[in-house]
Design a binder for this molecule. Structure first.
Ligand SMILES: *Cc1c(COP(=O)(O)O)cnc(C)c1O
Length: 357
């Protein structure tokens, strides 16, 4: 599909940031966006890269009432030689389409998704920051824009991509977080939308996150929605536990996100000689293994932070330290290797990196 590039008038160019250490996350957006529409009977039409601009949406449109919405998150990385790379963008395209199918939305052709992002990043390449740990965060999104109050799949959608230069996640240091096992609220249930990256999942997670913050925790560790017993995810990251010779994570059984970082961690840990197990993790067994000192390290994985070390974990009234409470050696190694591949400092033997022309 041909993507039309509309002119960017001089007065639509935004002032550039001057201090990359002040970027933060997702507050500043680049000059252009990709927008493609889907209309019933026509399919995908009018693909264009246009100046970044607000939408004018009918207040009745479906996304605003019934949350027919999906999104993705990936990054473009500036290498030391000035070139730019994406990390496994075809995986985001595939997951986007799995989310689309679950929400009864049209699939975006994989090449439109990936080529569209590549063209957009190329045009906006000056927006990719270059200092240590910074990147350009890319947010593909699809929303239902048909103005009607009946509950049904929309006959009109916007697929769009916006981008935001983001600061180093660990500007204040690669420090372990404290997490609370959530035993009241649940994030997802079997048969629900836990496996889809859809807005409703995040709206419904806010309350638990807020209450955990009030109690002094950084994140919540979700349990399964039926037994409230099996570990699912931590915040919006996948969760891993490292033993002396194995790495364990929850299985992809429909209620957790199939993280691209999760998949990369499993492959990397395997290549480092660890056995990897995707299996249900009973929180009671986990606590017993922590008490016994068998769990050496714990960490979350996701695109935004890559790897988040976990220093302590609390369940009901018991708080346990993980390892010595610091950053474990595997956690550090995985973080260094993944970011090394993303920023071109370490050879990519997996074929994960996609360099921009
Ligand atoms: C996006 C996301 C992840 C991590 O996926 P990555 O592809 O590794 O970024 C994990 N859990 C949830 C709930 C997410 O939304």
């Amino acid at each position: 599909m041909n993507i039309q590039v509309l002119p960017l008038p001089e007065d639509r160019k935004k002032p550039r940031y001057t201090d990359e250490s002040q970027l933060g996350f997702g507050r500043l957006f680049t000059d252009r966006m990709l927008l493609v529409e889907w209309k019933a009977g026509q399919g995908w039409v009018d693909a264009r890269i246009q100046p970044y601009a607000p939408f004018s949406l009918d207040p009745a449109c479906l996304v605003l009432h019934y949350a027919q919405e999906i999104f993705e998150g990936l990054k473009a990385y500036r290498w030391e030689d000035g070139s730019i790379a994406l990390f496994r963008p075809e995986m985001n395209a595939r997951r986007f389409n799995l989310s689309a199918a679950r929400l009864c939305m049209p699939e975006v052709p994989e090449d439109l998704f990936v080529d569209g992002i590549e063209q957009l990043v190329s045009l906006e390449r000056d927006w990719v920051p270059g200092s240590e740990g910074t990147s350009l965060y890319i947010r593909p999104t699809m929303i239902a824009v048909e103005p009607v109050l009946g509950v049904k799949p929309s006959d009109h959608y916007y697929f769009y991509v916006i981008m935001s230069p983001v600061g180093a996640y660990y500007a204040a240091g690669f420090n372990p977080v404290n997490i609370m096992v959530e035993d009241t609220y649940v994030r997802a249930v079997p048969g629900g939308t836990g496996e889809a990256k859809t807005g409703g999942n995040y709206a419904s997670s806010l309350k638990a996150g807020l209450e955990a913050k009030k109690k002094g925790f950084d994140q919540v560790l979700w349990l399964d929605g039926v037994h409230k017993r099996y570990i699912e995810e931590v915040g919006a990251m996948n969760m891993f536990f490292a033993y002396a010779d194995k790495v364990v994570t929850a299985p992809l059984a429909g209620s957790i996100l199939n993280g691209i970082t999760r998949d990369s961690v499993l492959k990397l840990a395997g290549s480092l000689g660890f056995s990897v197990e995707e299996r249900p993790i009973d929180v009671n067994d986990l606590m017993a293994d922590l008490r016994a000192g068998k769990v050496k390290e714990a960490f979350g994985s996701g695109t935004a932070a890559v790897i988040t070390p976990v220093g302590a974990l609390c369940y009901k009234d018991e708080c346990l330290q993980v390892g010595d409470g610091g950053v474990g050696s595997l956690t550090q190694k995985l973080y260094d290797t993944l970011t090394g591949i993303q920023y071109g400092r370490i050879a990519d033997t997996f074929g994960w990196v996609r360099k921009l022309a």
